[in-house]
Design a protein around this ligand. Structure first.
Ligand SMILES: Nc1ncnc2c1ncn2[C@@H]1O[C@H](COP(=O)(O)OP(=O)(O)OP(=O)(O)O)[C@@H](O)[C@H]1O
Ligand SMILES: [Mg+2]
Length: 251
């Protein structure tokens, strides 16, 4: 099993859109895939038309009273399951911090481990923050993918994450940036794509264009390739999945 995460400290850059579309592509190739929506906003759950069964009490998951497997739901797509988000996840960070203080091991790693029995790929959709939760995700994920809008401020958030990895002796090679919401009418976007900054040397080569059809995922409550395979942005997501596979050891 491989565990991957879509992360960026910056909000609204395409983490969830990418997580949902890549999950669809992996599942469509026959890889048993689990998408864990770790963001209390619950956007990935909403896009996949999924709701948590009951109110998730993070405490009960963390102390083992609710086995995490009980939170898994199937989706409308073969090979694709989800752990939907719940608003009570907003307390998860506090709980993880308490457990950290008690010297307990990385809970996210511990919770993900047993999924190796049933899934080939676990995808974590992260909230836009730096927190105990995201630090645990950094340790758990085999690879992390960071959507970046080609602007200086977006690059800065990538740099902050990379520096955090270095300072904390985490392998920064696991960080793979890729450009999203690319608008070739904008000169800065064109320049950055033509001359990607050195710090993105482990980045993916595929870039995702800005396209209004992406917003229609919300109308359909479905991944983009489930209702549109022909548009340039949908083809870019198919290509992005191929790119991501080259960074994974198991596929
Ligand atoms: N390539 C794209 N072209 C046009 N719109 C896009 C594209 N990718 C994402 N969007 C839109 O941008 C908004 C933010 O996308 P998304 O929710 O995936 O970002 P996010 O990084 O997960 O946000 P958050 O930080 O709030 O979790 C959504 O309305 C989405 O439909
Ligand atoms: Mg999101």
């Amino acid at each position: 099993m491989e565990t991957i995460a879509f992360f960026n400290l910056k909000g609204g850059v395409g983490k969830t859109t990418s997580a949902v579309n890549i999950a669809w592509h992996a599942a469509n190739e026959g890889i048993p895939t689990l998408l864990w929506d770790l963001d209390p906003q619950g956007a990935a759950s909403w896009l996949l038309n999924s709701k948590a069964k009951t109110k998730t009490a993070p405490k009960k998951i963390l102390n083992g009273k609710t086995p995490i497997g009980e939170l898994v739901k199937s989706t409308d797509y073969a090979n694709l399951d989800i752990i939907p988000s719940d608003f009570s996840l907003r307390h998860l960070d506090q709980q993880l911090a308490q457990q950290n203080e008690q010297g307990k091991r990385n809970l996210i790693t511990k919770l993900v481990e047993p999924f190796g029995e049933n899934y080939g790929l676990v995808i974590l959709d992260c909230p836009p923050s730096f927190s105990v939760l995201t630090e645990q995700i950094f340790e758990t994920a085999d690879s992390l993918y960071l959507p970046i809008i080609p602007t200086h401020l977006s690059l800065r958030t990538f740099e902050q994450t990379r520096d955090f990895f270095k300072e904390n002796k985490l392998k920064a090679k696991r960080l793979h940036a890729f450009f999203t919401m690319v608008d070739r009418r904008r000169s800065l976007h064109r320049v950055m794509l033509a001359h990607p900054p050195k710090m993105l040397k482990n980045g993916l080569t595929t870039s995702i264009p800005y396209a209004a059809v992406v917003e229609r995922m919300g109308d359909h409550r479905a991944p983009l390739p489930a209702f549109d395979k022909a548009s340039a942005v949908s083809r870019a997501y198919a290509q992005l999945w191929q790119d991501i596979k080259t960074t994974l050891s198991e596929f």
